[in-house]
Design a protein around this ligand. Structure first.
Ligand SMILES: Nc1ncnc2c1ncn2[C@@H]1O[C@H](COP(=O)(O)OP(=O)(O)O)[C@@H](O)[C@H]1O
Ligand SMILES: [Mg+2]
Length: 276
């Protein structure tokens, strides 16, 4: 369980998180969304103790982050930074991804098997012997993801994981994190990618100017035009389409492709049977 109680945080004298209360149960899938500068990254850096609250507290599995070290917290909380260059330091992609498993003392055979698997999963199979520094930004991002996901931490925190990824790479990533989540791991993603969120169907926590603006199921939050605008998000494409068809009687709250398709099919069938 990740529990945030009355969290306030200031960089120097400027408070950027104001009295945040949030509980994320084991096995939940949560997307933290909100405008640039809302405080999303600052919030999740509290989850593995990189930042400590100025006031209030953050508890991971019941223990305050003040009473633990980043090294200890990192065994249960895997955090992938927004900028991969902050965490890549090995000579090859394989070594980079193997590092955490070796640190945890896994036998070499297990290390090799798990590294190969995660590299294939994230479309990095051909890069095992390359230097991470020679890869593109999107590829380095996937290496950073692989190096954390390979150890399958209990709580997985990903800051803007889809930046620089094409649709197929996002789908591979989504399948993997959905699978991790279905095995009971907590997943928290910070993202602006509304379409990715619609595909993942998580609980959404909207952060705006350092406070929680809304918290609820993705469909009720992302179909609320006022909230979406306040958080400087672009509404999902399906939401834009269904809202523009609201005058014809379509439900503007639909944001899911399959629901939209069945609503459109139903209406077309009615039209055809009346007019043809
Ligand atoms: N290291 C830092 N020093 C001072 N201010 C910072 C630092 N990092 C972030 N901030 C400020 O804190 C606020 C929240 O930033 P951040 O958590 O990065 O937002 P987000 O991830 O939602 O874009 C912003 O106003 C940002 O300028
Ligand atoms: Mg950020």
């Amino acid at each position: 369980m990740i529990e945030v109680r009355g969290l306030c945080f200031a960089y120097d004298d400027v408070e950027v998180l104001h009295n945040i209360d949030l509980r994320i149960s084991d096995g939940e899938f949560v997307a933290v969304m909100g405008e640039n500068g809302a405080g999303k990254t600052t919030l999740i850096k509290h989850f593995n103790g990189l930042l400590k609250p100025s006031r209030g507290e953050v508890l991971i599995d019941g223990v305050s982050t003040r009473e633990s070290t980043v090294a200890n917290l990192s065994r249960v909380v895997g955090l992938v930074f927004q900028n991969p260059d902050h965490q890549l330091f090995s000579e090859t992609v394989f070594e980079e991804v193997a590092f955490s498993l070796r640190n945890l003392g896994y036998p070499e055979e297990t290390v090799r098997r798990r590294v190969r698997f995660i590299l294939e999963t994230l479309d990095l199979g051909g890069y095992a012997e390359e230097s991470p520094l020679m890869l593109s930004g999107g590829e380095r991002k996937r290496v950073a993801l692989a190096s954390v996901l390979v150890s399958e931490p209990k709580h997985i925190i990903l800051d803007e994981p889809t930046i620089g990824q094409d649709y197929q790479q996002k789908e591979r990533l989504r399948n993997f994190i959905v699978q991790m989540n279905s095995q009971g791991r907590t997943v928290v993603i910070v993202t602006h990618d509304v379409e990715f969120v619609v595909d993942c169907k998580p609980r959404v926590v909207l952060l705006s100017r350092g406070s929680i603006l809304a918290d609820g199921p993705y469909d009720s939050i992302l179909s609320d035009r006022i909230l979406v605008e306040k958080a400087s998000l672009i509404p999902p494409q399906i939401s834009i389409l269904m809202s523009s068809l609201a005058g014809l009687g379509f439900n503007p709250k639909i944001i899911d492709l399959y629901q939209a398709r069945s609503a459109l099919e139903k209406r077309l069938c009615e039209y055809v049977s009346e007019h043809v």
